[in-house]
Write a protein that binds this ligand. Structure first.
Ligand code: PBG
Length: 324
């Protein structure tokens, strides 16, 4: 045998010098759940180790994460039921809890990348990402609501807006409204291929945002489809997205790969709540070493082509990378 691949695996040092990709804390974007009040730290049953935090605790969490080398964060608000309505009007009310939190976070930590969520569901009494009428999710009527929400978030200082709703044409619509208002430097990371997935279950518990009626299959993508993701990527790119995102990550590594091969935009992947829960509960049941499983999973997402990984494991992974 003159070719023996095992020679390149004979020691840790050899394995290190031939390693094709490395995960760093700069690859990670840490999603956080915001609740009203102060000194709140409410556990989420289906996501052990993750909490709904009030703003004071979010600031502490960001400070600790920065020390570990994480520079990017996304905030998702849990809105009390009585503030929800059909039009998600709380979402674009100036001075609402979410935009005030964004403003405070950027004042405290101007150096970070702060991403926001543009979608109706946390504020919608229907629990959908679009306006519901007679059981239909209206597309074009939803766009102005998203744009108004985007605008208050941009005004509060968000660096990147993340439309997670999957309405057609929303990236272009939001881009145009931002530019008209002078926010030409506010970026858009589009949820480009967001699949109608079971793996969002724990997130919906975290935000109490599950659809009241029906499911999200008329706007989120069919898990069976790959070429359709290329179409979505093409549209978002034409409409002016700065970055694309695939979601979920783990069951969609082929989608991450094909978009990476076909796009010149930075690519993110969202390692979603259900993927977090799978690892946590399996590790608790003694199936494997949690830390090793986390690193293997995150590495696989990067290897598939993600430049940025949104993950609830961000802090845990960054801590591990620092001590490695
Ligand atoms: C909805 C939204 C969802 C997630 C992010 N934004 C859930 C959904 O579409 O119902 C899921 C994130 C996760 O599961 O971690 N706008």
């Amino acid at each position: 045998m003159n070719i023996r691949p095992r020679r390149n695996r004979k020691s840790q040092a050899i394995r290190d010098i031939v390693q094709e990709i490395w995960l760093t804390s700069k690859d990670l974007l840490y999603p956080l759940f915001l609740v009203e009040g102060s000194q709140q730290r409410i556990p989420i049953k289906s996501m052990p180790g993750i909490y709904r935090l009030s703003l004071d605790n979010i600031l502490l969490e960001i400070e600790e994460s920065l020390k570990l080398g994480i520079v990017a964060f996304a905030i998702f608000p849990a809105i009390s039921e009585h503030k929800k309505d059909k039009y998600a009007s709380e979402s674009y009310r100036e001075g609402n809890m979410y935009v005030e939190a964004i403003r405070t976070i950027k004042e405290e930590f101007p150096q970070i990348v702060l991403m926001t969520d543009v979608a109706m569901d946390p504020y919608s009494s229907d629990g959908h990402d679009g306006l519901v009428q007679n059981g239909q999710i209206l597309n074009d009527e939803t766009l102005p609501i998203l744009a108004k929400m985007a605008l208050v978030q941009a005004q509060a200082g968000a660096d990147i807006l993340g439309p997670s709703d999957m309405m057609d044409g929303r990236v272009g619509y939001i881009r145009q409204e931002l530019d008209k208002a002078g926010y030409t430097q506010t970026s858009i990371m589009s949820y480009t291929a967001k699949y109608a997935s079971s793996f969002y279950g724990p997130f919906r518990e975290a935000l109490d945002s599950a659809p009241k009626i029906g499911d999200k299959k008329t706007y989120q993508m069919n898990p069976a489809n790959k070429r359709e993701a290329l179409l979505e990527a093409q549209l978002d790119t034409q409409e002016g997205a700065d970055m694309l995102m695939i979601k979920p990550a783990l069951a969609y590594l082929d989608i991450i790969h094909i978009i990476k091969e076909n796009s010149n935009l930075p690519l993110a992947a969202y390692n979603v709540s259900g993927e977090y829960a799978m690892i946590k509960f399996a590790a608790q049941a003694g199936c494997f070493n949690e830390q090793n499983a986390v690193m293997e999973m995150l590495l696989s997402i990067k290897r598939a082509g993600a430049d940025i990984i949104l993950t609830y494991f961000a802090k845990q992974a960054a801590l591990y990378l620092k001590t490695m």
